[in-house]
Design a protein. Structure first.
Length: 262
């Protein structure tokens, strides 16, 4: 696995992980975008397993992982542009976005179209279908009051199955790299839910929507309204379901990629 960098059109140095085994050049690249405040390394189990047969790449969004903590650009629109510039290295990629990264992937499709993609995978993110998710329960107030403690609880809550204390601590420290106000500005609170729903329903290429139990209703609603959608519910996993059940997730993703039209 190689660490590489690109410089965005607004001058920000973004880090990404990349691997391409011999003979995989003819297959679509699988490109990963993590969720809010998380580093690209959270996809390590996917990069290792899927990277045996496919070219894989995982982006550290601005302010996250080993990318620059930029002075600005912490909006869905700018990060969708960052995804466009990242994908410029991988024509015909399968884009995999988790949580906030899934919304940024949808915004990328909204602003730049789907021509550069072979398929889209949305992982455990509310995409505007019913029923809406419950309120956050004071998460933002907690970040303002005691950021470290709130982020530590947030990181621990990503997983259904226990992780090592060192892994949890590393993810918490990674989340603290981004300034507080920048991290808060990433939440698309002013965007109506219909925006995401319209993009997902209107996507014309293969779409896989993978969710934990709390979003099963949204997955079923998207399937009803966009019958071509492939859905999968990880009923025993937490929000980071690809970490909780990596073998199942990796097999699902490999099968989805294998069925894509040439």
């Amino acid at each position: 696995m190689q660490g590489r960098h690109l410089v965005t059109s607004d001058g920000v140095r973004l880090h990404y992980l990349e691997s391409c085994p011999p003979g995989a050049e003819s297959k679509p690249v699988i490109a990963f975008v993590p969720g809010w405040s998380m580093p690209a390394t959270i996809w390590q189990r996917q990069l290792a397993a899927l990277g045996e047969q496919h070219c894989v790449a995982a982006l550290d969004p601005r302010g996250q992982g080993a990318s620059d903590v930029a002075p600005g650009g912490y909006t869905t629109a700018r990060r969708a542009e960052d995804i466009r510039e990242f994908l410029g290295r991988y024509p015909g990629a399968v884009l995999v976005g988790w949580s906030l990264g899934a919304l940024e992937a949808l915004e990328y499709v909204h602003r730049h179209g789907e021509a550069a993609l072979r398929g889209l995978v949305l992982v455990d993110s509310s995409v505007g279908e019913d029923p809406p998710p419950p309120a956050s329960g004071g998460f933002i107030d907690g970040l303002k009051r005691d950021r470290r403690a709130t982020l530590s609880e947030f990181v621990r809550g990503l997983f259904r199955y226990p992780r090592t204390e060192s892994e949890l601590a590393d993810l918490t420290e990674a989340a603290l790299r981004m300034p507080l106000e920048a991290s808060l500005s990433l939440f698309p609170r002013g965007t109506p839910r219909e925006h995401w729903r319209g993009i997902a329903r209107g996507f014309r290429k293969p779409l896989l929507y993978v969710v934990s139990e709390g979003l099963a209703g949204q997955a079923q609603s998207l399937k009803r309204n966009r019958p071509a959608t492939r859905i999968e519910v990880f009923g025993q996993s937490g929000h980071a379901l690809f970490v909780d059940e990596p073998e199942r997730f990796n097999a699902l993703l490999a099968d989805f990629v294998s069925t894509l039209p040439q």
